[in-house]
Design a binder for this molecule. Sequence first.
Ligand SMILES: NC(=O)c1ccc[n+]([C@@H]2O[C@H](COP(=O)([O-])OP(=O)(O)OC[C@H]3O[C@@H](n4cnc5c(N)ncnc54)[C@H](OP(=O)(O)O)[C@@H]3O)[C@@H](O)[C@H]2O)c1
Length: 254
Amino acid sequence: MDEETKRPRDSSVHILLIGASGSVGKLVLEQALSRGHAVTALVRNPDSLDYVRGKPASENLTVLQGTPLNKDDLQKAISHIKTHPRPAVIVTLNNTAKSAQDPPPPGQCPPHLQYDVHKLLLPLMSQHQINKLVVLQALGVGSSWPNLALPIRLAVKYTSVHFSWDDHADVDRFVKAYGDDNDVQGHIKWVLVRSCMFSNGPAKEAHCYGEDGVGLPWFPSISRASVAKFLLDSCENDVWDNKTPVVANNAPKR
Ligand SMILES: NC(=O)c1ccc[n+]([C@@H]2O[C@H](COP(=O)([O-])OP(=O)(O)OC[C@H]3O[C@@H](n4cnc5c(N)ncnc54)[C@H](OP(=O)(O)O)[C@@H]3O)[C@@H](O)[C@H]2O)c1
């Protein structure tokens, strides 16, 4: 990577990445750095990002140890990006809860992980006038539920996977209502990305199927790298602001 690509451009964003150690989060991190953005990653275990050290543009990465469920940790992370002309937050967390017990048994995920994080995050974003939020969600959340294939809907309904979808749905409602109730000047532009099932492979074009997934093929999929690219594109542009794009690599039938 040459110096020109490494140097943050004027249009560069300082991204607070929550979920940077995850399968999509890592790809967001790598792609963001290669686009010349600065990234602050809030992770429970900084060692999980060791592999980035020494890679091109890694000087634009700050790793903070902490959890987004702790207000002080989140506040510290927000303070880190707030002075940049274009601060933004990308969330790629994954709820793996197995029970409704809250607080959960040691080592397990809380049932409302994402909701609890966003309840802390949005007021901090408002307070510091950070006006862009991009969240990785899933096809089937909210109004896109009927367009999730029936076998997956059954799996979601009758297994512990429902904690993840319920949590995404709570965030969907909370983020939309937060705009109406607390952010009357519309400072926070959000994009709630409803991704289809992940696959591996390179970053390719993400086709959007509106906000609900109407017209999707039977089992649509998208590579993690394409999801990461779409999250970053949505962070940089305003095309999907205040929308819930459903994304897949499958091209729509003509
Ligand atoms: N799999 C699919 O086909 C598919 C399809 C569509 C949408 N999605 C959505 O994609 C999202 C991300 O998926 P992924 O595969 O990238 O997830 P992943 O690899 O499991 O990564 C999850 C991230 O969440 C963090 N995390 C989990 N529990 C946490 C907790 N209790 N406190 C703090 N951080 C926690 C992890 O941090 P640690 O490293 O510290 O654990 C990690 O950074 C999910 O929301 C999922 O619903 C998945």
